[in-house]
Design a protein around this ligand. Structure first.
Ligand code: 13P
Length: 251
């Protein structure tokens, strides 16, 4: 089975104002110039920048995404944004189930599945995040936790084109700590098997991303691991230069 096309995704989290749109424009120019050829590139800025960023990137190979969406298409949900609204703003993807949302907003696997289903309904690719905490890791529960998160948050009818699964160990996010290549490989192989049993042949095409302290100096090693089809980058995606150094490290 051919490997899925790599996906390099940036999550800006709660960073960026209009002044940061220049970074998106610089990235778009690099994509257009062919510097990221052979890969799909996605940047997820805060909601306030999605529409302007999507307008800057319309018709180019740089996709803009949201960082969360509500399960409902519209309704009485003050402060929330639906997948349909993101799509209307020009987004092509949305992150769901990031550990910061699971921890800070009490999102359960069931909520995350509803959000992934909303993304599919709106025609957005869902970048669905899973990952164990430090305590779970230390207790040797990593695969059990990831298995539960996959079983309960991946929509049963998910299509490969509409889903990427990101393994982000909570203890590796923003810490400079990265699991060993063997440990990442073990989790990714497990995710691949689990998706196959859940989705059948479709599971082989779902991109499996690694996220957590990915930087230009470790990107090539991470992306060289079997069953790693890309990365989800936080801090190092905030400037076009650093993010491009990660994208180019892949070659
Ligand atoms: P860092 O790359 O800053 O560790 O963040 C990873 C992350 O949470 C991406 O979603």
């Amino acid at each position: 089975m051919a490997r899925p096309r790599p996906l390099l995704a940036g999550n800006w989290k709660m960073h960026g104002t209009r002044g940061s749109l220049g970074e998106i424009a610089a990235l778009r120019d690099a994509v257009t110039a062919g510097r990221t050829r052979g890969t799909d590139v996605l940047v997820c800025p805060p909601f306030t920048l999605v529409m302007a960023a999507a307008e800057l990137c319309a018709g180019t190979g740089l996709t803009i995404g949201g960082q969360d969406c509500d399960p409902q298409p519209s309704g009485a949900a003050t402060g929330d944004v639906s997948a349909e609204m993101l799509r209307d703003a020009g987004a092509g993807a949305v992150i769901v189930g990031h550990s910061e949302r699971r921890a800070n907003h009490g999102e359960t696997d069931e909520t995350v599945r509803a959000k992934a289903e909303a993304a599919a309904r709106a025609g957005l690719m869902a970048v669905l995040c899973v990952g164990e905490t430090r305590a779970e890791h230390d207790r040797g529960e990593t695969l059990r936790v990831i298995g539960r998160q996959i079983d309960e948050s991946v929509p049963p009818g998910a299509r490969a084109a509409g889903l990427a699964l990101a393994y982000e160990p909570v203890w590796a996010i923003g810490t400079g700590l990265v699991p060993s290549p063997e440990a990442i490989g073990e989790v990714h192989a497990f995710m691949r098997r689990r998706l196959a049993s859940l989705l059948g042949p479709e599971g082989a095409g779902v991109r499996l991303l690694y996220g957590g302290s990915v930087k230009p100096d470790n990107a090539a090693e991470v992306m060289g691991i079997a069953d790693v089809d890309g990365v989800l980058v936080g801090g190092a995606s905030l400037t076009a230069d650093e993010f491009l150094a990660i994208v180019e490290a892949k070659r």
